[in-house]
Design a protein around this ligand. Structure first.
Ligand code: SF4
Length: 335
């Protein structure tokens, strides 16, 4: 008797997703509405690994490590506040998984220097940040990213459009290894992420380096003050002047936290019936309402709990990493 039901839906295979962030300080609401909300969704159905990339931080800030430890804790607090669930995801610090560094060394033997030099951000970043970051470690940082992914045998990596070429380099390195030795590494696939645009208070991309960010950790009063300071359509000088919401960062914020009211705000901005002071007050109120549970979660987290989460995540990540590294070494005939 055939006991299998051919019409039964196949059990969905979980994707293994790896992503990470550099611990460079507190995260802002752009991260919250972007990558972090996506991470929370991933962790509901996928097998997820989230890495605090402290070694990556050294590639551009090797002279400023005094705040590194605090930054690691802060970033994890922000992740947890955003709703990333440590029970459903493996949260770990890159340097706590030394197998990543060992894999980096092994793969560095097979990666032509020209592959790393042609990464578009290599020359751009040196031009932007100065020649002092042109180190051996900085040249190899795309390889370290490959190792972060490959060591966890992740088959899926969330990337923005501008990072697809980075991942393609990673896939090329994995293919080269598998061809040279044995097919033990997984070639990761990109999952493209489109995030809502949340500009900074000055209308440019929200970024700590522009000092135009609204942090996840900001309290209600600070958030309100920052929203009040946002630039608007410069042509709308007086209350009843007609405005253009399409070029106004406050309107972009409404789109994210006040979607139901967007058509009304659009119309009343254009006719001049809505003034910027009132419009900002409503945006601040909606943003604060959205942030209330995030702030509550952040305040409730015990710092000792963060240590425990990182210890547990580190152990889980190392268990996977050890297996991968053993296969890699065996494939390379290392004794
Ligand atoms: S009314 Fe609102 S959307 Fe229009 S310009 Fe002022 S702040 Fe921007």
């Amino acid at each position: 008797m055939n006991t299998t039901d051919e019409n039964a839906p196949a059990t969905p295979v979980k994707r293994r997703i790896m992503s990470g962030m550099r611990p460079t300080g507190r995260l802002h609401i752009g991260h919250l509405f972007g990558a972090l909300s996506q991470w929370v969704e991933f962790s509901k159905n996928d097998d997820v690994f989230f890495e605090v990339a402290d070694l990556h931080a050294l590639t551009t800030a090797y002279e400023r490590t005094e705040t590194l430890r605090d930054n690691v804790r802060e970033i994890v607090l922000d992740w947890l506040a955003a709703g990333v669930d440590p029970e459903r995801s493996t949260i770990y610090v890159q340097s706590h998984v030394p197998e990543i560094s060992e894999l980096h060394l092994l793969l560095s033997m097979i990666v032509p220097i020209s592959w790393l030099e042609r990464v578009p951000t290599f020359k751009d970043q040196i031009a932007a940040l100065g020649p002092e970051i042109a180190t051996y470690g900085f040249l190899g940082y795309p390889l370290m990213q490959v190792c972060d992914i490959a060591i966890m045998r992740a088959n899926t990596v969330p990337v923005g459009k501008d990072q697809v070429s980075h991942l393609e380099l990673g896939r090329e390195i994995v293919r080269r290894f598998n061809r040279l030795y044995a097919p033990v590494l997984v070639e990761p696939q990109p999952t493209l992420s489109e995030f809502p645009d949340v500009p900074g208070t000055d209308g440019r991309k929200m970024s700590k380096s522009y000092n135009n960010q609204i942090d996840i950790a900001d309290d209600e009063a600070t958030t309100t003050k920052k929203v009040r300071s946002m630039i608007t359509d410069p042509q709308k000088v007086r209350r009843h002047d007609p405005g253009n919401p399409d070029i106004c960062p406050v309107f972009s914020l409404h789109r994210v936290v006040n979607a139901a009211r967007v058509p009304w705000i659009d119309e009343n901005c254009r006719t001049g019936a809505l003034g910027c002071v009132d419009c900002k007050a409503e945006a601040a109120e909606r943003l604060n309402a959205f942030m209330a549970p995030v702030r509550e979660r952040r305040a409730a987290i015990d710092p000792a709990g963060v240590e425990a989460i990182l210890e547990d995540g580190g152990m889980r990540a190392r268990a996977v990493a050890r297996d991968t590294l053993a296969d890699v070494k065996s494939a390379m005939n290392l004794p």
